[in-house]
Design a protein around this ligand. Structure first.
Ligand code: NCD
Length: 432
């Protein structure tokens, strides 16, 4: 592999520097001239450690019409990601060593981003019997994070046993917090808008009740709980109090919950249907504050591609979920004050360093130092782009941002020193 020289990138906390990459690792940082190296002009670009997504639905195996590991990681690279954690709600469910190893192998073969499978907590995500957690942990996929996402681990005894189990090897449970009895038939956030539209509501307390319970279980067992897609102001209060007491909990927020509200449901366009649902303006404001402050640890996309037949239908019949990988960085920057006011150190912390730490991905989320793996992304803070669904790398089209002009473009993404994206385009196509 020839050396790579990145010229004049804006390094967080270090200013404008050149960066030499050799054999997939950072070799030198400073003012560098290197003959024979492939040179990338990074004038005016900010260098971030490669983004890490704690919550990606890659749909393979089972729904390759909506996304594959190949197409999903291609989308991830375009969004600036170097690693994604693949959710377990595939078909078959990732509840055995065989499935998680298959997903990891598909990720390696595609080569666009590292794929870390998440294992299911329960067999078939059915919430009755613990899945083969130990076998997945010991498998070649080295699973550390377990989640029934799409479903809540509702049964408190199952949650307790899962926590006690993963604690033995330093794992964690990522909880989709939704008390199912409180959300039966729910179609959108419960509030003034759902009342007006006559759609059954998903009350915020259904999320908050499970978060409160699981904070207590985390404290009782001493195990780690991560809360997926936190969407309400009161959830933030509970997490803040839990952290102040020293509970071993972390939390993520999704870009759409940082920007959109339940007012969007007035269009009856199912592209806005998502689980947990879009909430109120007041929730959006609190989530933004909590992300800036760090009470919410990370941004996670909950990238949920859906085929047209599952989305282009009436609201009640549509599947919940929206695309996220290619727009997450732009929305995060918007939510953290916009491109002129944003603190890039906070962006790096919430989109890369902290999620890498939560997932235990040691080679990711690292600011460049001599010796670290060259996993990073170059972003243009001054550029804007318009979201055109047909131009997205995802196989699906269910983005809620179609036609919107967003700040910040991803110019290049590097995985172990190899460009996956260059000049905003996939650098080298791999076959599926
Ligand atoms: C998720 C999906 O499509 O897999 N959808 C979503 O709205 N977040 C699963 C889920 O949480 O329902």
């Amino acid at each position: 592999m020839t050396d790579l020289l990145i010229k004049g990138a804006d390094l967080i906390g270090k200013g404008r520097k050149d960066l030499l990459v050799r054999d997939g690792r950072v070799a030198e940082i400073g003012s560098i001239t290197a003959k024979g190296a492939e040179t990338v002009d990074a004038d005016g670009l900010v260098l971030l450690p490669g983004l890490v997504d704690l919550h990606t639905h890659l749909r393979e195996p089972g729904r390759e019409d909506a996304e594959t590991v190949h197409s999903g990681t291609r989308a991830a690279a375009k969004g600036g990601y170097t690693a994604v954690c693949a959710m377990a709600n595939s078909h078959p469910v990732a509840d055995t060593a065989g499935v998680v190893e298959q997903v990891a192998a598909l990720g390696k073969a595609a080569g666009y981003a590292d794929v870390q499978p998440i294992g299911a907590v329960s067999v078939g995500l059915e919430g009755r019997q613990l899945a083969e957690i130990g076998a997945m942990a010991q498998s070649a996929a080295n699973v550390r994070m377990f989640s029934d996402d799409g479903h809540c681990v509702w049964d408190p005894i199952l949650m307790r046993r899962a926590l006690e189990y993963v604690k033995t090897f330093g794992g964690l449970i990522a909880q989709h917090a939704e008390e199912p009895r409180l959300t039966e038939g729910a179609q959108m956030n419960e509030g003034a808008v759902s009342a007006e539209l006559g759609l059954p509501g998903w009350p915020s307390v259904a999320e908050e009740a499970i978060i409160a319970r699981d904070v207590l279980l985390a404290e009782y067992t001493g195990a780690r709980v991560h809360f997926c897609h936190v969407s309400t102001a009161r959830s933030v209060d509970i997490i803040r109090e839990a952290k102040a007491r020293g509970a071993n909990v972390t939390a993520e927020v999704c870009p759409h919950h940082l920007l959109l509200t339940d007012e969007a449901a007035r269009t009856y366009d199912p592209v806005y249907k998502v689980n947990p649902p879009l909430r109120r303006e007041a929730d959006v404001a609190v989530l933004r504050g909590a992300l800036a402050e760090g009470v919410i640890d990370a941004v996670a996309t909950d990238h949920a591609p859906h085929a047209p037949q599952d989305k282009d239908c009436e609201w009640a019949a549509a599947r919940p979920g929206m695309l996220g990988l290619e727009t997450a960085l732009s929305i995060t920057v918007l939510a953290l004050g916009g491109p002129s006011a944003v603190d890039w150190d906070v962006v790096a912390e919430r989109t890369s360093r902290t999620p890498a730490r939560i997932a235990g991905l040691e080679a990711h989320g690292r600011d460049p130092q001599p010796g670290t793996e060259a996993n990073f992304t170059l972003v243009d803070p001054a550029a804007t782009w318009t979201v055109v669904p047909a131009d997205l790398a995802s196989l699906s089209r269910n983005t809620p941002y179609a036609g919107m002009e967003l700040p910040v473009t991803v110019q290049a993404t590097f995985l172990r020193g190899r460009a996956t994206v260059l000049n905003g385009k996939i650098a080298e196509e791999t076959t599926e």
